[in-house]
Design a binder for this molecule. Structure first.
Ligand code: KG4
Ligand code: ZN
Length: 334
């Protein structure tokens, strides 16, 4: 009999539910929260309320689309960490209630591990060991993956995440939140070599993006002072140059990690892996260095429950369940 699991993701501002059967995703429903746009960032309290409002219809829709009944489920999975605590609590409480009512076990999932395993939703899948550059709004990591549940972080950001670098740069440019996708959109029409932003000299496999943000702030202030209207007139070139710098910072460390470990199966994951500049760069570097490269389908890059379901599938096989006293954590806990 196939393993059927319902998974819930509620770590930030997306309420999502997915159903997986025998390792195959049957449904993946995502409700985006638009309430945060007017505040220029995610407001935790509003996110919790929106999760509370959305969770029942999202779960119902995921079940309906899967064609399975509640009675067909063998486990309920939820994102346990990291994330906004009020948001995580909504998913955790709902998952517990449902698992208790159906008398089936509960699986707690690490959100960043799930981003990596988004690469296993569709074929071709990376072979072990592989490296995964996990880039989201809250994290930037290079992960060495030796098995579905065996992951080691070998490099990470010392300050801002790559997604934050995109979003904060966009804010400086006066673009609405979340600015990452907008920078990507403008960058498509711009010249990436027109403006040079600095590459931080951080030893090893770690990253830093806070200096870049400051450089962009000074650059825009100075240009706008000298030439009012400069920003609006040069938006595509500025966005393309910012994107090019963020992407080269990421790719240079990935090249270093591949050289140091000898691993040539290279994947990307997380919200920023939706970025077209990063996707193109991975393919391009892959050809140059003889890598096999893996990028999840667009809808599995940003936050979604399908990746939680995929991780839960492996955890079910490994017998990794959590008790009724499981608590979510804002900080990453493996
Ligand atoms: O993984 P994710 O959906 O949520 C977190 O776990 O943080 O990532 C969200 C981040 C945001 O910073 C957003 O601006 C960024 O991913 N992002 C992008 C693009 N799409 C999403 N950044 C650059 N280009 C994109 N196309
Ligand atoms: Zn995420």
């Amino acid at each position: 009999m196939s393993i059927n699991i319902l998974a819930i993701e509620s770590s930030c501002d997306e309420t999502s539910a997915a159903v997986i059967s025998g390792g195959k995703i049957l449904s993946n429903i995502i409700a985006n929260q638009t309430v945060h746009e007017q505040y220029g960032g995610v407001v935790p309290e509003l996110a919790s309320r929106a999760h509370q409002e959305n969770i029942v219809p999202v779960v119902e829709a995921a079940l309906q689309k899967s064609g399975l009944q509640k009675s067909d489920l063998q486990a309920i999975a939820f994102t346990q960490s990291p994330g906004l605590i009020g948001s995580l609590l909504v998913g955790a409480c709902f998952a517990k209630a449902m698992a208790l009512a159906l008398d089936i076990p509960l699986i707690g999932v690490h959100h960043m591990q799930a981003h990596v395993l988004a690469n296993f939703i569709e074929d071709p899948k990376p072979r072990f060991p592989f490296l995964c550059l996990t880039v989201s709004g809250g994290h930037t990591q290079i992960v060495r993956v030796d098995g579905p549940l065996q992951m080691t972080v070998i490099g990470e950001t010392l300050d801002d995440a790559a997604g934050e670098a995109f979003d904060k740069s966009a804010k400086i440019l006066g673009l609405p939140y979340p600015g990452g996708p907008l920078i990507d959109k403008y960058a498509k029409e711009g010249d990436p070599k027109r403006f040079k932003f600095p590459e931080p000299q951080i030893p090893g496999l770690n990253f830093s993006f806070s200096g870049l943000k400051t450089a962009i702030l000074y650059f825009t202030q100075q240009q706008e002072q000298e030439q009012p209207g400069f920003l609006a007139a040069n938006m595509p070139d500025i966005c393309a140059s910012i994107q090019d710098r963020i992407v080269t910072i990421l790719m240079n460390k990935l090249v270093k990690a591949s050289k140091e470990t000898g691993i040539k199966d290279i994947a990307i994951a997380g919200g920023v892996s939706a970025n077209s500049g990063l996707r193109n760069a991975l393919t391009h570097y892959g050809e140059k260095y003889g890598w096999s490269t893996f990028i999840p389908k667009f809808e599995y890059c940003t936050d979604n429950a399908a990746m939680i379901a995929m991780t839960a599938h492996y955890k079910y096989i490994a017998g990794e369940f959590v008790g009724w006293d499981a608590i979510p954590s804002a900080r990453a806990v493996f």
